[in-house]
Write a protein that binds this ligand. Structure first.
Ligand code: ZN
Length: 177
């Protein structure tokens, strides 16, 4: 996982300046997403997502279960979005909610967040191969997009990368049954 940082307008970068209240909150929420990621099934790449209501209440969590369920759409973000909509129970909209996820969302997940009208997306590690929030493409801020959530990238990035590195290292050192 390389540390790829692009100068995209409304992406808030860490480092240099004193931490804003928003960044401190994002880091606290990312710790929760990391905790959630720890419950990813052993066969799946660990990714954790949490959705917060506008008042800061935790609405739902999700982990990557693609291998476990043999479902290509069972990414952490999609699972969390579905659960958050069920938790609210009145609409498909997650307006002014925040999606916090340990890895840069892919095109499907960024699209799902946009479709749910999520107000802001916070992610940890950049994903150079499939990331759709600035790495490979930028689904959330595509020109002419009807709805553009706020994006905060690279929050607790080192910790989020470490989680993935550990997983892939274990894959290499543990012989497959
Ligand atoms: Zn995804």
């Amino acid at each position: 996982m390389s540390s790829k940082k692009k100068s995209i307008p409304n992406v808030t970068k860490a480092g240099g300046l004193p931490e804003s209240k928003g960044h401190r909150q994002a880091k606290v929420r990312m710790q929760r997403a990391l905790e959630v990621a720890a419950s990813t099934p052993a066969s799946d790449i660990p990714v954790g997502a949490v959705i917060y209501a506008p008042d800061g209440t935790e609405l739902a969590t999700g982990v990557n279960r693609r291998e476990h369920l043999a479902d290509p759409t069972a990414h952490a973000e999609v699972e969390a979005i579905r659960a958050a909509v069920r938790a609210l129970g009145d609409s498909w909209r997650l307006e002014h909610c925040e999606l916090v996820v340990t890895l840069e969302p892919c095109a499907m997940c960024a699209g799902a967040a946009q479709a749910a009208r999520i107000g802001s997306v916070v992610f940890g590690a950049w994903e150079p191969k499939t990331g759709a929030c600035g790495s490979l493409v930028d689904v959330l801020r595509a020109p002419g997009a009807l709805f553009v959530p706020e994006v905060r990238a690279g929050v607790s990035e080192a910790q989020c990368q470490e989680l993935l590195r550990d997983f892939f290292q274990n894959l290499r050192t543990t012989p497959r049954k």
